[in-house]
Design a protein around this ligand. Sequence first.
Ligand code: GAR
Length: 208
Amino acid sequence: MLRLGVLVSGGGTNLQAVLDSIEKGEVTNARIEVVISNNQGAYALERAKKHGINALCISPRQYTDREEFHRALLNCLRENQVDLVVLAGFLVAIPPVIVEAFPNRIINIHPSLIPSFCGVGYYGLHVHEAALKRGVKVTGATVHFVDTGTDTGPIILQKAVEVKAEDTPKILQQRVMEQAEWVILPRAIDLIANGKVTVTDGKVSIED
Ligand code: GAR
């Protein structure tokens, strides 16, 4: 059984998709051990509690410096014996000390087709604003392993979503979530939990 640690900062709809997929049996061999937010007010923490899952806030404000905050985060993941860290709308950069402790064992959901609209400054609604500004006709979402760069790790799954002429960033964000994020994040966890994902030379292969 793969023990998941899910890191969140906001509403937690991706967390909800994972919770529901586990409950429906669409994700097997995985259980959420702990949900951690950097933000005390994150609704994602309530979602976890409603499912009886240990939900904690570890905020940089509780620590004297960034290093201590990172250490607290890492300790919490270790104490909960987390096998796979899932970044589900976690808007804090993961420091090298955590990436190195979990090599190819941290995944992130990003709301675009990487390498478009990713990297520093591209998160949440900003991603969709940039996509609309550029006038792309197709966007989507990506699940990737996390390395020490920003959105540069090996790509596990991607799903495309149509952009419509009348879209606003919020409308597009909702469509990308419904049609892509909430589908590929649980699917990626299921594939990893069932030993179907391997990384070779920075590229992912998936066993059918
Ligand atoms: C999601 O759209 C996720 O892809 C994005 O934040 C949102 C969180 O929503 N993540 C990033 O932009 C990371 N670069 P949620 O809290 O409802 O799951």
